[in-house]
Design a protein around this ligand. Sequence first.
Ligand SMILES: Cc1cc2nc3c(=O)[nH]c(=O)nc-3n(C[C@H](O)[C@H](O)[C@H](O)COP(=O)(O)OP(=O)(O)OC[C@H]3O[C@@H](n4cnc5c(N)ncnc54)[C@H](O)[C@@H]3O)c2cc1C
Length: 461
Amino acid sequence: MNGLGTSQLPLRVAIIGAGPSGFFTAAALLRAEPQTEIALFDRMPVPYGLVRYGVAPDHQEIKRITKTFARTAEAASVAFHGNLHVGRNVSLEELQRCFDVVILATGAEGERPLGIPGANLPGVYSANAFVGWYNAHPQFADLAPDLSCKTAVLIGNGNVAVDVARVLLSSPSRLACTDISSRALEHLRRNCIREVIILGRRSPAQASFTHAEVKELFSLDGVATVLDPTDFLFDEEDRVEAWHHPDPRHRQMIEDFLHLTTTSVPSAPRCLRFRFLRSPTEVRGTGHAQELLVSRNKLEGRAFERRTVATGDTESIPCGLVVACVGFQGEPLPSIPVDPNTGAFQHDAGRVRVSGAPWLYATGWCKTGPRGLVGSSKKESSETVATLLSDLPRIVPAPERTTHMLLMRQKKEGIKIFTFHDWRNLDQIEQARGRAAGKLREKIPSVPEMHLLAEQCSQQQ
Ligand SMILES: Cc1cc2nc3c(=O)[nH]c(=O)nc-3n(C[C@H](O)[C@H](O)[C@H](O)COP(=O)(O)OP(=O)(O)OC[C@H]3O[C@@H](n4cnc5c(N)ncnc54)[C@H](O)[C@@H]3O)c2cc1C
């Protein structure tokens, strides 16, 4: 026995990433192994990962989970260290010298490329950038996408495309009282887009949308939803796939789509069109996206093994905005590669499969790949914690049992480490700015401003 996890030798755990999976894992560890010291590191000065910078502003109910995360962060044995990019400001090896165990909770921040000619034309955006823009992510807050065209095409059949469609099709008044970036809201007030097309390679049976999200889209005020029956060839294999999908709500979603193809379309100021069985092949335009070329597909193979085959038919969709919602993937860390097939670190029940880095674990999207809602991270973080605890008797205590030197070095290099107390101050400011503007929150859209405000608050206190 190594004595770890006792009051004489608390288990020291570094969690890299203060998104939902980082917090769920910290909470599970505290419940299971009270003699633990946990440090949560994040590359952003502020916590909560995609709950803050991904989840759409009109999905406030899911953001309430941050209240639970805050309680975890304020537990006596937990410390938050924001603005520390592991792999850049501090290495994994340094952390492994200070902590008995390191848990990667870095999400899936890389984006799968669109990979077609014209993908770099102005007017073509990645989902990361577009979503980050309306969520006031410091990297994208100034994006100001061109919304002067009539038609936008969103490529991809997951919930991210659904979020972007909702933001583009909602009346600004629907979003005004949320935590949407004010700059984005003002920009959306001048939105000329009247038609949003969601494009998918396969059919709804294979789509990654969830029923609740799609239903929300169908019920947007002033929006007619259109699905041409020739775009939805629901054959026997599709039927098997829809009816035997692991999520029973998927079948309900397919029924809604089937219903949509037979309903007459009411006239409305804005239109949402689903185009299935289409692959983008090229974005064309002179100096700006003007049309998207797509090829038509048919599906071959049996249910759950269906693959797309181009029919040879092509068409052009005139549009001025293209958003690639084609999926995310984990970002590798120096010496820890990401499996290109899953977009995640390779692991066995949460134990990262890599030589020379013992007691390294993964949780959340960097473990599962970019799928699942916030709640799913809770279940799978329990698995990672169970694996860690089963390893506990064999874990070799780290040689340096303090982060003091590591944090001092950052300070000397001019890097401000944000504490959870700093976040509490910024949180108060954001809420006060929100109240003044008649909304829930006005997020601080720049890291230098976060620095300045955090400094001012600590001088006043
Ligand atoms: C656009 C979008 C909308 C979504 N909407 C919903 C929704 O409405 N409802 C819902 O339930 N789920 C939604 N989800 C899914 C949900 O956001 C994820 O399930 C969840 O955030 C995954 O949690 P995570 O902790 O694994 O990753 P993340 O939330 O991405 O957290 C990872 C954290 O790690 C940090 N990090 C990364 N690399 C480093 C590094 N090298 N050093 C230090 N820190 C690092 C990041 O800054 C980030 O804070 C949405 C996802 C997206 C992309």
